[in-house]
Design a protein around this ligand. Structure first.
Ligand code: HEM
Length: 277
């Protein structure tokens, strides 16, 4: 659209140039011709993606020495190189010739599970599927798309693809939230033995989070979880929800209402015995 407007304006400028100064007109026309030629050169033919029908795809199971194809999230990959897994008699031959996306994360390798309906999968499952997608993209060759829940017979995306993308966004957001929650409230170290029972404690590296403070163990109640987890909590400085605060009590996150002291643990202790149930 923008290119068309630019072209029309250029033609108008040329007409005016011709009326007032034919010399300017010649350079104007040359520029216009170059613009049109340049525009043509920029247009490239986008290769058409092959759309397999389900029946067509089902012919690629590696029988009689043929190629093996499988589909994940509607994308078809040539996995002939991995024939020992996907070919006849291979441990994962049930994936070949179909789109069995859901089974990659449910592990239900039967007729009910080997389907391309991902609408009931959790956000965690969707992240798992995304990892499988990267795996096939890196290790095998993309050869097209298949008509099914993700694409129609003309290769246009269907609602399942939109559902997948929405779930993926939510899953990534959830992962980011969990990761920043872990930074603010790092999980504690823990141990358990028959004689001594359980114990949780904090150190400058716990729960995979390295930091320059140790903290004290607290029972941390997170949203959406019925059980608390052990979190190491900062005991000085401003609270995490207002790090810029100038008028804080220098108690870190100790006053956070989602935290509870472990029974029979001292307020300032960096190690707490776990209650016996
Ligand atoms: C949801 C569950 C699982 C799924 C969807 C799955 C899927 C797969 C797939 C697709 C391959 C072939 C990868 C390739 O193309 O190179 C594979 C390979 C393999 N899987 Fe699984 N798998 C699952 C669980 C397991 C479990 C529980 C074990 C072991 C206890 C296992 C052991 C293996 C081994 C040993 C290979 C072969 C690796 C190689 O030779 O390169 N898998 N798996």
């Amino acid at each position: 659209m923008k290119a068309n407007i630019a072209l029309m304006l250029s033609v108008l400028v040329c007409i005016f140039a011709y009326l007032y100064d034919p010399k300017t007109c010649r350079s104007c026309v040359r520029a216009l011709l170059e613009y049109i030629k340049g525009g043509r050169e920029q247009s490239v033919d986008i290769p058409k993606v092959k759309v397999f029908t389900r029946e067509e795809l089902s012919n690629y199971k590696g029988e009689d020495g043929g190629n093996v194809y499988l589909a994940l999230l509607g994308n078809v990959y040539d996995v002939t190189r991995g024939k020992r897994h996907y070919g006849p008699g291979g441990g994962y031959s049930f994936f070949s010739g179909i789109d069995g996306s859901a089974a990659y994360v449910t592990g239900e390798f039967n007729e009910k599970g080997l389907v391309d309906d991902i609408s009931n999968l959790s956000n965690q499952d969707i992240l798992g599927l995304e990892e499988w997608k990267s795996f096939y993209e890196n290790d095998y060759t993309f050869v097209g798309i298949v008509e099914g829940s993700f694409y129609n017979k003309d290769g246009e995306v269907r609602d399942m693809m939109r559902t997948y993308k929405k779930k993926l966004e939510a899953a990534k957001l959830e992962k980011d939230l969990i990761s920043s929650d872990k930074q603010l409230f790092p999980p504690c170290n823990s141990e358990w033995s028959q004689n001594k029972g359980g114990r949780v404690w904090c150190s400058k590296k716990s729960g995979g989070v390295a930091r320059d403070w140790v903290g004290v163990p607290r029972m941390y109640y997170t949203v959406g979880s019925s059980k608390p987890r052990c979190a190491c909590v900062r005991t000085s400085g401003p609270p995490s929800y207002d790090l810029e605060s100038k008028s804080h009590n220098d108690r870190g996150d100790l006053d956070n209402p989602n935290l509870n002291l472990y029974p029979s643990c001292h307020t300032e202790s960096i190690s707490c015995p776990l209650p016996k149930f």
